[in-house]
Design a protein around this ligand. Structure first.
Ligand code: SF4
Ligand code: SF4
Length: 347
């Protein structure tokens, strides 16, 4: 099979219907209370899938790492009885934007660091992924991630009569067997190139420094005045973390049944912007004051994890800026830091 084929919109419907017959499918579905906007959810019929959508509020990492995830059940017998709650069903995740593919790849790396986390890779191994290209809005600043294909099995680009489908892996090739596709012609390839070019032109936001220089700026400067200014507006609500495709922190709690002899261990998404995040036994809180938590978010994304993985832990998706009711915009704040650093260099 050639590595690029064409699928008409009607053929996409038939293809998705067949995927649903094979097993669960998660993808972007129009929000009932917010028409025109999508959220990742389980799809029951092909017409529910909204393949062309602007960035969802919650990223597709939730397919592998749900906001609330029971890990095992326990009974306090002697010895205690543990029953793992492992999900084993294979599924297909459809309609993942390039920035979100990058986010999934970053979480692969983060969770693989020793001591490695086991639940995430097991969930990833169960899934086939289909990526789709998109048009940015004013919050997107995804220059570095928007051409990537790594992490998906098939990649769809909208063209005049449907989609240009790139076959990325053998699993992708298998998915296309029995599907109604035709060989891509030069016109189709040109359509896809034009789409990518228009996408590039529409990205207007950007951090005005290289990732390496920005890490150095954060490391060398203090910017305490700026962190304090931002903290006066920040509510410590944590939405910037819970909408972020690269945030991977979680909390673990044991939930007991009423009889207190059995229960389950549950992990939930956590946020470094919440006051109790850095509270430790004995009552000390390493980031009790809000500006310290605001600073930590920038240091974490653009300094600490940059040093560890050689790239920022930010895909440029813009979700944190869209979600922030205090209008704290990650690009604006980053550029303000850069301006102040350059200003102090010159003075
Ligand atoms: S979403 Fe905005 S207000 Fe909420 S914690 Fe993040 S920066 Fe602060
Ligand atoms: S920090 Fe903001 S822009 Fe960067 S990946 Fe997270 S949500 Fe997206």
């Amino acid at each position: 099979m050639p590595t690029e084929v064409v699928m008409t919109s009607k053929a996409v419907d038939r293809f998705v219907t067949r995927l649903i017959e094979e097993g669960p499918v998660m993808g972007p579905r129009e929000r009932r209370k917010q028409p025109g906007f999508a959220k990742f959810d389980w799809i029951e019929s092909a017409d529910e899938l909204m393949l062309q959508y602007t960035t969802t509020t919650v990223p597709p990492k939730k397919a592998f790492f749900p906001p609330r995830q029971p890990l095992f059940e326990f009974e306090l017998t002697v010895p205690p009885k543990i029953t793992p709650l492992e999900e084993a069903t294979p599924f297909t995740l459809v309609g993942v934007h390039t920035c979100d593919l990058a986010g999934l790849n970053m979480l692969d790396d983060a969770y693989a660091k020793e001591p490695a986390e086991a639940v995430w890779p097991a969930a990833r191994a169960r899934a086939r992924i289909i990526g789709v290209d998109c048009m940015p809005d004013e919050y997107c600043f995804c220059f570095d991630t928007c051409a990537g294909r790594e992490g998906c099995d098939l990649f769809f680009t909208p063209i005049e009569h449907g989609y240009l489908v790139e076959v990325i892996t053998e699993a992708g090739e298998d998915m296309l067997r029995l599907s109604d596709v035709s060989r891509a012609r030069e016109d189709d390839l040109n359509d896809a190139r034009n789409f990518a070019a228009e996408k590039g032109q529409r990205i207007t936001a950007g951090i005005r420094s290289s990732a390496g220089d920005f890490a150095d700026i954060l490391e060398e400067g203090t910017f305490e005045d700026l962190w304090r200014e931002i903290a006066e507006r920040c509510y410590s609500c944590g939405s910037c973390n819970t909408t972020c495709p690269t945030c991977f922190c979680f909390d673990i709690n044991d939930e007991f049944d009423l009889g207190l002899t059995a229960g389950r261990r549950v992990r939930t998404w956590d946020s470094c912007q919440l006051q109790e995040f850095a509270l430790v036994a004995g009552g000390h809180n390493f980031r009790r004051i809000r500006w310290q938590r605001v600073r930590h978010r920038w240091h974490r994304k653009f300094l600490y994890l940059y040093r560890e993985f050689d790239h920022p832990y930010c895909t440029g998706c813009g979700r944190c800026s869209r979600a922030c009711t205090a209008d704290i915009n990650i690009v604006d704040v980053s550029n303000e830091i850069i301006e102040r650093a350059r200003g102090s260099e010159q003075s």
